[in-house]
Write a protein that binds this ligand. Sequence first.
Ligand code: FE2
Ligand code: FE2
Length: 258
Amino acid sequence: MNEPFILSEYIDHHPGLAIDSRDGDAVRRAYDLIEADGSAESVTEPSPAPPAPTQQVREDLENTIYFLARAAEIYDEGTGNHIRRVNEYSYFLANTLGMDQAFCDEIQYSAQLHDLGKISVDPVVLGKAGPLSETERQEMDNHTIYGHRILSQSPQLAMAAEIALHHHEKWDGTGYPNALQGEAIPLSARITQIADIYDALRTARPYKPAFNHELARSIILSGDARIDSAGHFDPRLVEAFADTHADFDRIWRELSDG
Ligand SMILES: [Fe+2]
Ligand SMILES: [Fe+2]
């Protein structure tokens, strides 16, 4: 019995393609077949990653993140568009600083999760109207750690996790939970903090009325009885805010709660 000639690299995809090596015509036909098959493959092979599903996956992820942030906000008795506005101010500020598009896109969906950890805070403490005891204050501050613990489970939420952990740090190192100072605080958290505080100033809270843009602007730039601007914020961000503050007001109006 003649030893068959097997085109070994091809055989996996074409079982049964086994010919007699001494049969020149058969060998030629086999190579013609392979050549034709190769060119046919290059014509008919679908492109590896059609853009539509990728876009869809991204949209699904962003919707899921939004609903998660929304759930946490409602749990904290928040309503309205606070988290959407914080996303947009943060995106705008990152863009103004000249951060690359990937960073801007990531902060635009990550910033809204800054207070996610409040879903793990003792509800009695979270809902308490009066002043908090030392222990209660600690539990409240732990929302940073709780949020980080939840979000650090996913690599896609790495920026959201660092924002959750560090959005209450202060430039002068007097913030929490790690008393980080200056540029040791992740930029994403420094940006989200200024966005969050501007929005809080514009919004009525149980302990304060809603401030107009002028007052909110002057507090970010120069501070007030509660906020020491120089100790609180990254001076580079304060400068960027000073140059572009009208856009913060624009975003506030575009996504107003009314
Ligand atoms: Fe917070
Ligand atoms: Fe907030």
